[in-house]
Design a protein around this ligand. Structure first.
Ligand code: SF4
Ligand code: SF4
Ligand code: SF4
Length: 259
């Protein structure tokens, strides 16, 4: 028992990749670790310290009733809750099932579907509890994660940009793949944070950081169709990736499914 602020890391339906981003901080995490008590972080330690917690990082989406009850207990015990990653902020890859018959998937995949207890949709954390901050990405950017943890431990708002991937290209002088090569790129509607990975490697963005604020997906999809020759069915698939459950992308995918 110490009087240091308590940090807890929780996992729901996910691949653990965002928690691994925290472990990947290595050198940067050591000074932070001296100032906090890691109360719960099963990827890193078996130690489990009872709440209340000062900051809870929540990875993963909500996909069954047990998750939902556990999440509500975490909210009650945490002063600050931060959702980390595409699963926690947009339902993740698991949200590809949303709007489909999940029962049919379960019957197809499992030899004993009667043991599977799942909700019809995979949903982000903020659909169920109040979230103090959402950090995008699949996986998250470790430098942004350190900034967010440090900010909340210091009682200030995190300094993480909210602009689109296109702005990142302009700031770095990256040649636009849509203009130069006619390749479709989701950068105009995608939240920044990855470090401009795909365009700076000469390929289009596929949106793993999810939609930016006020994305004009309809206009971009029209441009993909007329300027890049993307077929209607492919348009739906493009908006249904790692952040399929994000409202703006889900709506755009559905628009092309129906047409
Ligand atoms: S957001 Fe991506 S990396 Fe993070 S837990 Fe989900 S699937 Fe894994
Ligand atoms: S490459 Fe993509 S992200 Fe970069 S400027 Fe062009 S459309 Fe925007
Ligand atoms: S898909 Fe887009 S957001 Fe994801 S790493 Fe590539 S450029 Fe960044």
């Amino acid at each position: 028992m110490t009087d240091k602020p308590k940090l807890a890391v929780w996992k729901f339906s996910s691949c653990d990749g965002c928690q691994l981003s925290l472990l990947d901080c290595e050198d940067e995490l050591l000074p932070v670790a001296e100032t906090i008590e890691i109360a719960e972080f099963l990827e890193a330690t078996r130690a489990q310290v009872d709440g209340p917690y000062d900051v809870s990082l929540v990875e993963g989406s909500i996909s069954n009733l047990h998750d939902l009850e556990r999440l509500q207990r975490i909210r009650e015990q945490s002063a600050v809750v931060i959702a980390i990653g595409a699963c926690a902020t947009a339902g993740g890859i698991q949200a590809l099932r949303n709007g489909r018959d999940v029962g049919e998937f379960v019957r197809t995949v499992y030899a004993h579907p009667e043991y599977i207890d799942t909700l019809a949709n995979s949903t982000p954390i903020a659909d169920h509890i109040t979230v103090d901050f959402e950090l995008r990405g699949c996986p998250i950017n470790k430098h942004q994660l350190l900034e967010v943890i440090s900010a909340f431990l210091a009682g200030r708002q995190p300094l993480t940009p909210a602009h689109s991937e296109c702005i990142e290209c302009k700031m770095r002088g990256t040649v636009c793949v849509m203009v130069a090569k006619g390749e479709p790129c989701l950068g105009p509607v995608t939240h920044t944070g990855c470090g401009n990975l795909c365009p700076s490697s000469n390929r289009g963005c596929y949106g793993c950081f999810g939609p930016k604020e006020t994305p004009n997906t309809a206009s971009l999809a029209d441009r993909f169709a007329t300027g890049c020759g993307v077929e209607e069915r492919r348009l739906a698939e493009m908006f249904r990736g790692f952040t399929a459950g994000a409202e703006a992308f889900a709506r755009e995918a559905e628009r092309h499914d129906r047409s």
